[in-house]
Design a protein around this ligand. Structure first.
Ligand code: ATP
Ligand code: MN
Ligand code: MN
Length: 301
């Protein structure tokens, strides 16, 4: 399998000419980080985030007055983000067309932060061909009160089952409660095939181990179990992008993690936006080289 050899951790911090207004505004009241600090975080980690974020339609969680005030999930825009944020028209289910956002560089990320963005979520396809998905995600959502050890075990089991099908997968800590198991795919199949595969994979898992897994969203059925959220794999769905900050208490971030490292983790939010330097150092570790990059196609299921 063809693994991309280097991460961009060694490239110099890009300069940005996006002005951040109200940099002293506290965005994370529990831990005290400001809008300026959030911008600093993104400016620093942009080289790590861009390989996953650039050129992909995105949705944003914007909290202009901070995470404790009104936040909203934004999918469309017609130009209010300025010249660093691009638009791609995408056909909607109802037959109409909407402009979705995408960014290509650090300025794009910062232009979104300037607009009050905390979280970046991405489509499972690139803007250049939104009808051909290029990654599958199994978003593990544990029931309230289920220990993180159970989530880790689930992630490892999914990895093994994917591997049995010939697919390489990667783990990401969501920065919230769960783990995302990420399967990069070479574009070449449609959304219907993509969705069907992930649905059948999740259903097979819940059939094999009904005490541990559910494949339906119903909260009642989740009791003591992990919901294998395959619904991230439908056309138009998004998942939080690697290195995105989360609009949650403590300013946690979503991070790629090696399978070995996952074993040692106590929860899904070990790092915050105050750990940018640590995350940059960490990205140079051998274990993280090539994370999220592999050439493979979806087998028949
Ligand atoms: P956790 O590990 O805590 O579950 P998560 O990012 O996986 O964190 P989920 O609640 O499982 O959070 O959300 C899954 C995805 O649903 C998000 O990553 C996001 O892309 C999408 N999403 C979240 N909020 C909205 C919304 N208001 N509208 C549409 N999609 C949303
Ligand atoms: Mn989740
Ligand atoms: Mn989910």
């Amino acid at each position: 399998k063809d693994v991309t050899p280097e991460t961009p951790a060694d490239t110099p911090e890009p300069r940005s000419d996006v002005r951040i207004s109200s940099p002293d505004r506290v965005i994370f009241p529990e831990s005290g980080q400001t809008k300026g600090e959030l911008a600093d975080y993104y400016r620093t980690i942009a080289p790590l985030m861009l390989p996953f974020a650039a050129g992909r339609p995105i949705s944003l969680v914007r909290c202009p007055q901070g995470r404790a005030r009104h936040c909203f999930f934004q999918k469309h825009d017609s130009g209010s983000f300025g010249p660093h944020v691009s638009h791609v028209p995408i056909r909607e289910k109802d037959g109409g067309t909407e402009d979705y956002l995408y960014i290509t560089d650090a300025d794009g990320i910062l232009a979104c932060v300037q607009m009050g963005t905390i979280e970046f979520h991405g489509w499972g396809a690139k803007a250049e061909d939104v009808e051909q998905p290029d990654r599958m995600i199994f978003d593990l959502d544990p029931d309230e009160g289920l220990g993180f050890d159970e989530v880790k075990r689930a992630a490892r089991d999914i990895r093994r089952r994917l591997s049995d099908l010939g697919l390489v997968s990667f783990a990401m800590l969501s920065g919230g409660k769960g783990v995302h198991v990420v399967v990069p795919l070479t574009p070449g199949h449609d959304w219907e095939t993509h969705k069907d595969f992930s649905k059948r994979f999740a259903e097979a898992l819940s059939l094999a181990e009904p005490d541990r897994f559910v494949a339906t969203m119903s909260k009642a059925k989740r009791k003591g179990r992990i919901f294998i959220d395959w619904l991230r794999n439908q056309r138009g769905s998004t998942a939080v992008l690697p290195y995105s900050a989360r609009a949650r208490a403590g300013a946690p971030v979503a991070i790629p993690i090696s399978w070995e490292e996952l074993d040692k983790m106590k929860d899904a939010h070990p790092f915050s936006i105050s750990d940018a330097k640590t995350l940059m150092d960490r990205a140079r570790d051998k274990a993280l080289q090539g994370w999220g990059f592999v050439t493979q196609t979806l087998p028949d299921l």
